[in-house]
Design a protein around this ligand. Sequence first.
Ligand code: G3P
Length: 411
Amino acid sequence: ATNITWWHGMAGRNGEVINEVAQKFNAAQSACALTPVSKGTYEEALASGIAAFRSGEQPNILQVFDAGAATIINAPGAVIPAEDLINGAGYKFDREAFIEGVRYFYAAPDGKFVGMPFNSSAPIMYVNTEALEKVGVEAPKTWEEFEAIAPKLKEAGYLPLVQSQLTWQFTENFFSRHNIQFATNNNGYDTVVDTKINMTDPNLVMMFTKLKAWADEGYFGYYGAGWNDNQKLFEDGKAAFWIGSSGSFGGLQKTAQKPFSATFLPYWNSIQGAGTNTFIGGAALFAMSGKPEAENKCTADFFQFLTSPEIQKFYHEATGYVAITTAAYELTKSEGYYKEKPAAEVGIQQLMLPSGEWSKGYRLGFYPQIREIMEREYGRIFAGETTVEEALKTIETEANELLARFAKTAG
Ligand SMILES: O=P(O)(O)OC[C@H](O)CO
């Protein structure tokens, strides 16, 4: 068989499921043997993949997360667009088979899929149903409703709110959920040249001012920037709400000590036009160039295998990442899975909420580094070392420097 490798950035339950997907592919045919290799986090997988490409040691397939989209799509000659690879192998790539949210995110400006959509997610709100029943309150749809019930939850001994990613959930998706422009040049999708980020938006200032006030009042817990730093209190049943990835659903079913449900990421009712959809999180798979023909054919076979409704459904149900093709979503629905597990449908429903001009996410260069700046400054806000205004201004200034630098490297 022809051997191909797949570098990824997943751990825990989601890492196990990657191995199961590879086993299914290997069992389904005999021409190709796929080996998945964990490279650590998403950030580490991207960095390893780019470094390996420079030294000619790249894997056949590299998983790249949303924040790395601009980096990989603008890396000259690093990848073969998924669509070209699949069509070149004799399959027919069907853009329309994919749900709308994934159609543009990893695509070139002309709509061609550069990345192969794989694990797509939405930031949703997980709900400790026992806590809500005890206190006699409903899960909030808006942050105003959250503010109204937070004192009651605290009074009953619960930490009202935790989250796992202030960058993705309270920054990038804040702009989507409230339909506010995040960056110039069409949120960066049109060009990398002279693109500037909008971190000093008064609404974002308000969101972080509220989070800090909630933290001071004991309504919100912040335990660090690591994605796993903040979910334990929810798993243990001590927090009422946790904003997490829909892709954490599979793992949470194993770790949650208390029954839970899920609902949409809240928004501010006071912000006009709010309530739009969030954009897809998670990651896509990129076929790296410089590989022999036979290996590329195996990569194409694997990508094609991934689009089958059965594999999609398996992956969706095992992890909580959304079904990325309409056929897989319909298949899952028709089998009654969401009747049994309504929380598993929340992610895709949130992606399918009415969209707005600015709810489509962003494409910004050096974005993993920009997130590091955000994490540093957000940490300083909660440690009381800076004000929200100062922190956001610092992020904006440093991010714009990085964006200008990226425009130069991308030519
Ligand atoms: O936890 P995931 O895989 O849904 O990813 C969340 C973000 O999109 C990562 O940037």
